[in-house]
Design a protein around this ligand. Sequence first.
Ligand code: ATP
Length: 475
Amino acid sequence: MPDTLPDDLPEVPPADINRVEPDADTTAGPHDVSMETIVELCKRRGIVFQSSEIYGGLRGAWDYGPLGVALKDNVKAAWRRAMVQLRDDVVPLDASILMHPRVWEASGHVEGFTDPLIECRNCNQRFRADHLELEADGTPGACPNCGARDWSHPKAFNLMFRTFVGPTEDTAAQVWLRPETAQAMFVDFATVQLTSRQKVPFGIAQIGKSFRNEITPRNFIFRVREFEQMEMEFFVRPGTDERWHDYWIAQRWNWYLGLGMRPENLRVRDHAKDELSHYSRGTVDVEYRFPFAWSELEGIANRGDFDLTRHSEYSGKDLSYFDAEREERYLPYVIEPAAGVDRTTLAFLCDAYREEQVTSQSGKTDRRVVLRLAHALAPVKVAVLPLSRNEALVPTAREVSALLKPRWAVQYDDAGSIGKRYRRQDEVGTPFCVTVDFETVESDRAVTVRDRDSMTQERVAIDRLTGYLEERLQF
Ligand code: ATP
């Protein structure tokens, strides 16, 4: 063994990973919050709600309202920061959703991107056969809709949405809406490598929409038909792949914890051999303890050279890489951390949700709902609240808002009692509320800053306010 590591083998960062066996129990157990509560909060506060609601909605499609846009953007920004901005060895890509149809033949999706579809002959409802409860003999149990046990034979159902380019709807014009963002990173590998002058090991990262015609969309934004993914393909020298796989598992674990996710709600589950995708040399799922079950947030796969081999074959273009230092040519192996934006957003929402008993200054006990979101994720960082709509307060309150707006997402709210406004901000996770009162304008030019988590209040001079918040807003 050489006593120094080859320079393309990483140190695996320390991470206290809760790693479980492939067949680990998925029962969620008692949770701080139910899905109904989260769905209700999201709807009431315009975070996420049904798409096309006035027409009765469309299954598996959801809209993100003003606060939801900010929350989701913050999740993506945190990912981009960790995966691209803070690194020298990962570069971004924003590829087209519509790609040449041969891409999906090469990737194996046309042939194999299927789920087993099964139909209840009694009520004609369709289900994913692998999502049904099984009897002891391995056959599907009662229909979850009508209770009958009269099933069709399962058939393979391709999840890709198809559409047509141009005016003719024939097979020559048929294209697919991408079911994952990953393929563009393989197809564009050589161009990106060359133009960005990266050397293996390096990665290409992309955030974008993907589409899957899921048989049974469910659990709010957990399983939908149109969603966003955050994927990174990390190209490595064959033989270094296992170490890089461990490296990325640790990195990704630390990313979730760094954003405040409670470690007891997170685990890494190894895939069983028969669960591995056709391309995979090893996969783990990062799973979150959602109120409904432990479920996948992210897959981290060692894809070997499957993708570059296939795209070389199907396109006729050599996608091998010449390693000038080692003077060898090879097809890089790929480590892929692939996460879902919507699922991750839902997990952060569930994890942050708390209901607390609080005692007001007058001694009254009250219940408050608070989202203890990491500051980086909170949709609004600072709320500016004039004590009342009294005209004397408005100019200074507006001035404070204008002072903070260039730096942070600020919300100005003057509607209702101050207590109610605090609750409204707690409920969406705003870390700080700044109150402008009569003393502010009449005597001290200071404001009251209230902290979301401790609920303590401090008087801070307007001149010092930016610095005060800068010290406390951690991201
Ligand atoms: P599942 O087994 O739950 O269908 P998957 O293993 O097929 O997911 P991948 O192909 O590994 O998912 O996709 C990577 C990530 O994209 C998933 O971990 C998930 O976060 C997200 N994702 C996949 N399908 C959906 C969907 N229908 N709705 C929302 N997010 C999704």
